[in-house]
Design a protein around this ligand. Structure first.
Ligand code: FE2
Length: 282
């Protein structure tokens, strides 16, 4: 049987991808950001998962305002890198896992989640930057990735509670997949940031730290944070953090934190990374 063994939550700041792609990681501004990612690279290499489920949001790359799925799962065999306006990032295309993706689609839909099935989907920095953070710059990604896209761009995004429940449904789906796979789930986005308006540049360290602490202390309490609170406390784009709840919901209640990295600023954003493991996973 397949099983989820660990989770990774991380920001997916586009400037981090650009710093990596343009060889700027050793510059004084970026050095401490990337130094904090070294642990995660070794950790995922040692863990060597069979497949990743990556929760992220599309930034008007695969979907425009014409069609806005709340949840969309990529069931293709391969996902091309999106052109976000300056050419696609020079990173490998993403290999999918159609069998497990279709199983998760079937299981979650029959479990009463209205999942959109995406058979073609270019993936943007929301998906590729977390892979770069945890894998560096390999000629090909070391594992297949199932992209699961969440609308956090156009109001209304799903609530944190709904996202947590989807994570639980994904865990049930994975547990009924009849192949012996070790699965890691990524939740991406955040942390506090606001890209426009009078409060552009807002960063709230206290909120972010409490959020990171809450992932182990009381994740259910975090799911009750409303959209308004995210906007007020973490900025208009801070609402991306609802995607972390999908990752958290997919892990066991007593999953343990094994690593965190928090750095301000990276671009105009607070960068956060947290790694968690299920205690009974082997
Ligand atoms: Fe984003």
């Amino acid at each position: 049987m397949a099983r989820i063994v660990a989770g990774v939550a991380t920001s997916h700041i586009p400037a981090i991808g650009a710093a990596l792609d343009n060889g700027r990681t050793a510059e004084p501004y970026w050095k401490p950001v990337f130094a904090g990612y070294e642990f995660s690279k070794q950790w995922i290499a040692d863990l060597a998962p069979d497949v990743i489920i990556e929760i992220y949001n599309d930034h008007a790359s695969a979907f425009s305002l014409d069609i806005i799925p709340t949840f969309a799962i990529g069931c293709a065999a391969e996902f091309p890198i999106a052109d976000e306006g300056w050419g696609p990032r020079k990173v490998p295309p993403v290999t999918g896992h159609p069998e497990l993706a279709w199983h998760i689609a079937q299981s979650t839909i029959l479990d009463e989640f209205d999942m959109t099935i995406a058979n073609e989907m270019p993936v943007d920095h929301g998906l590729t930057v977390p892979l770069s953070i945890t894998c560096g710059q390999p000629p090909q990604w070391p594992f297949p990735v199932i992209p699961l896209c969440v609308n956090v761009v156009q109001y209304p995004p799903p609530t944190g509670a709904r996202c947590f429940k989807l994570g639980q449904a994904i865990a049930r789906a994975v547990a009924t997949f009849d192949q012996d796979l070790r699965v890691v789930i990524y939740g991406t986005g955040g942390m506090s940031h606001q890209l426009q308006g009078e409060r552009a540049g807002l960063i709230n360290r206290d909120f972010d730290k409490a959020f990171l602490d809450g992932m182990t202390k009381d994740p259910l309490a975090l799911t009750r944070i409303t959209h308004t609170e995210y906007m007020r406390e973490a900025g208009s784009e801070g609402v991306e953090m609802v995607m972390w709840h999908i990752m958290r919901g997919a892990l066991d209640a007593d999953a343990a934190e094994v690593y965190r990295h928090y750095h301000v600023p990276a671009s105009n954003t607070a960068a956060g990374l947290m790694i968690m493991e299920n205690r009974r996973a082997t």
